[in-house]
Design a protein around this ligand. Structure first.
Ligand SMILES: Cc1ncc(COP(=O)(O)O)c(C=O)c1O
Length: 398
């Protein structure tokens, strides 16, 4: 990475690290966090290392991924040894679902409205291992308090549940889930809690150790500005021994990659698989993505996740009322602990023309599950808000 690029620090409300970004107001980090010039430089540096050194760049690449693990562990307040680097959130959850020690008749509890990443792998695992998947409505968690949601969860747990799968933040309306209370309840009834943290890591402080969750997964390319093709799986240390090694590859063995070159002997196939969670790092990884991700994590860490949360909440505070005045219904949680960096609205107007018009005005948003979703991050400036509101006014009049 060139000194000049690497030395430009991240600053709230400052887009100078994103010179290529087209949209005037980019409010779509819940879909893709565009790579900054620092991320692009890190990817290029990794590519150049392979171009100039070939195989000799491989070991530094492994060391680079270990650095990602350490930095990610700091962000999540876990021990790096409890993390596996994965190609995506979906791959992480799929591998977890495959390796979980299912017993026939197990019940898995998920939630209606979750992103497919946190439903499909559980459904496939249920079909493959003689378990069943039940989806609960999320409505009880949306009130002024989460008590109704927790009571519904407890009712289901009483009927016997092996694992509860929930997103830390719901992808469509941004509802932040009460993970600590859910983990406590799950454990009280002998269930385990698996969390899809994709929409939280990088914008919401997450201390996985304190929250007490059993498993968590996430990815690089949204709130951490990394390239896609990089993610993680966290497994609480006391859950590790229970997992069944149903997924493994050449890099899963003990002592990689030295076992490939035993002193003078042939390749050995009897080297045991590692029992640390990094056994799931099964083969070649997307090294360029991990190089970019490190640069993205650095930017987030420079600013601080609690400060990012405060900043995105202030952005929401400043824009929400103006959208409501235009007739949009805000789905922001009345309970501040239920808020995330995603702010969604229900419109009376059909969404597709509104989306198109906003796009033409240079306002990038998404429309998941019939909602208009704004997802600002630290590079968004409060100064852009009047323009965004004017663009919505034009879009709904059209
Ligand atoms: C909650 C959630 N989980 C997972 C994903 C996808 O993750 P990945 O592409 O890393 O598999 C998304 C993408 O929108 C998401 O919103």
């Amino acid at each position: 990475m060139s000194e000049s690029t690497s030395s430009v620090r991240a600053r709230f409300g400052d887009r100078s690290l994103f010179p290529l970004l087209g949209a005037r107001s980019y409010l779509n980090h819940a879909a893709v966090g565009p790579p900054s010039s620092r991320v692009c430089a890190a990817v290029r540096a990794q590519q150049d290392a392979f171009a100039s050194q070939g195989a000799a760049a491989w070991m530094p690449g492994m060391a680079q991924r270990e650095r990602v693990k350490v930095k990610l562990a700091q962000l999540l307040s876990v021990d790096p040894k409890d993390l596996a680097l994965m190609p995506s959130t979906t791959r992480a959850i799929s591998d977890l679902a495959r390796c979980f020690p299912w017993r026939p008749g197990d019940r898995i509890l998920g939630f209606e409205g979750e992103f497919l990443t946190n439903v499909t792998p559980w459904r496939v695992a249920a079909e493959g291992f003689g378990a069943s998947l039940v989806l609960l409505p999320l409505g009880g968690f949306r009130g002024p308090s989460v008590e109704a949601g927790l009571a519904e969860l407890e009712r289901e747990l009483r009927r016997g549940v092996r694992l509860v799968a929930v997103s830390a933040v719901q992808f469509s309306d941004g509802l932040a889930m009460p993970l600590a209370a859910m983990a406590r309840l799950c454990h009280q009834y002998g269930a385990e809690l698996a969390v899809d943290a994709m929409q939280a890591v990088g914008n919401l402080p997450l201390n996985l150790t304190e929250l007490g969750v059993d498993y968590a997964a996430g990815g690089s390319h949204k709130w951490m500005f990394g390239p896609d093709g990089a993610g993680f799986l966290y497994v609480r240390p006391d859950r590790l021994a229970g997992l069944v090694q149903r997924v493994a590859g050449w890099l899963s063995h003990e002592g990689p990659p030295g076992f490939l070159f035993p002193d003078g002997g042939p390749v050995r196939y009897d080297v045991p698989l590692r029992r640390s969670i990094d056994w799931l790092e099964v083969g070649a990884a997307h090294g360029l993505a991990f190089a970019g991700w490190e640069a993205g994590i650095d930017m987030v860490a420079e600013l601080g996740v609690p400060q990012i949360r405060a900043y995105t909440q202030e952005y929401h505070d400043r824009i929400e009322g103006a959208f409501v005045e235009l007739g949009a219904q805000s789905l922001r949680s009345p309970d501040p602990t239920g808020r995330s960096a995603i702010l969604s609205f229900r419109l009376k107007q059909p969404l597709t023309p509104v989306f198109r018009s906003l796009n033409e005005s240079g306002v990038a948003v998404s429309t998941p599950a019939g909602l208009l979703r704004l997802s600002p991050h630290w590079p968004n400036s409060f100064d852009e808000i009047p323009e965004v509101v004017a663009a919505l006014a034009r879009a709904i009049e059209a």
